[in-house]
Design a protein around this ligand. Structure first.
Ligand code: NDP
Length: 251
């Protein structure tokens, strides 16, 4: 009851967030502005808000009866491949002096706590024993999901790296037009990669929580990509006209 209640509540909140973010940009990074209360350095904001994604997933795996099974282990490895990078590596390589409102960090923390619980609790405790058995490794949904996950991972990491390299170490952080990779087609390929990662995850776990995670990622990143794109067009008169916000040739 609690699990399904949380799932439905989370879906309702994600729908509201999707609409809200088309009108209000989340106030961090280039969209940071005064009036959102206390702030924390972006680096530590990222570390703190993403941390539950590691701890809760590992704990729910460790206390499950399925920790010696292959597919549950593969899912743990893929999850950690993303979140160890996002939480413990990515923030320390950021070249930004921006601060993040504590409120944003707090929302991120709540989201990571509930989302990670929904993902891991199902896989490791509630799914029946046939789901995620070794035969799932050769199921087309698992294979397609892993392929999406890896492609999204590469696009996301490469694009975040291009953005990082736009600033030299110790340089006063300004903004430049990014080029290379999928920046040829869209302003936010890092967000596109992120969405592809979680579409892959949703396909490979094939449950409601996975579907909800896809929806959450789109709700967060589609409106933000649109805001970034508008910002680039306002800021740079020579910004490439053929570039879209996040979906090549379309949006
Ligand atoms: P951004 O693209 O806004 O910024 C990433 C970093 O690059 C920041 O340090 C930013 O600096 C810098 N940067 C961006 N554009 C430029 C530019 N034109 N010139 C110079 N530097 C630039 O990404 P986010 O911070 O929103 O997200 C970071 C990662 O987290 C992404 O991989 C994203 O996919 C992921 N994410 C995932 C979410 C989810 O729901 N799963 C939600 C949000 C993010 P500055 O901070 O100074 O602007």
């Amino acid at each position: 009851m609690f699990y399904y209640g949380l799932l439905i509540f989370s879906a309702v909140v994600a729908s509201a967030i999707l609409i809200l973010l088309f009108f209000i940009s989340a106030p961090y990074g280039r969209h940071h502005r005064k009036g959102w209360g206390y702030t924390i350095s972006s680096k530590w904001g990222w570390v703190i808000m993403e941390f539950p994604a590691i701890v809760i997933f590992v704990v729910l795996f460790a206390i499950s009866d399925r920790k010696a099974e292959l597919v549950p282990i593969v899912l743990l490895v893929l999850w950690l491949a993303h979140y160890v990078q996002r939480d413990l590596i990515f923030p320390f390589f950021l070249r930004t002096n921006k601060r993040m409102p504590v409120l944003i960090m707090f929302f991120g923390l709540i989201f990571q706590t509930s989302n990670t619980y929904l993902q891991a609790r199902w896989i490791y405790h509630f799914a029946n024993s046939e789901a995620y058995s070794t035969s799932w490794l050769t199921d087309s949904r698992f294979i397609i999901g892993v392929i999406f996950f890896i492609i999204g991972y590469i696009i996301n990491r490469h694009s975040d790296l291009v953005l990082r390299e736009l600033r030299k170490p110790g340089e006063k952080p300004g903004y430049n037009i990014p080029f290379g990779g999928l920046f040829k087609f869209v302003s936010s390929p890092n967000y596109l990669g992120e969405i592809i990662i979680w579409i892959g995850w949703g396909i490979m776990v094939w449950n409601w929580a996975g579907l909800l995670f896809i929806f959450w990622t789109i709700a967060n990143l589609l409106p933000r990509a649109r805001s970034h794109h508008k910002w680039y067009l306002d800021e740079f008169p020579d910004y490439p006209k053929e570039r879209k916000a996040i979906i090549p040739f379309l949006f």
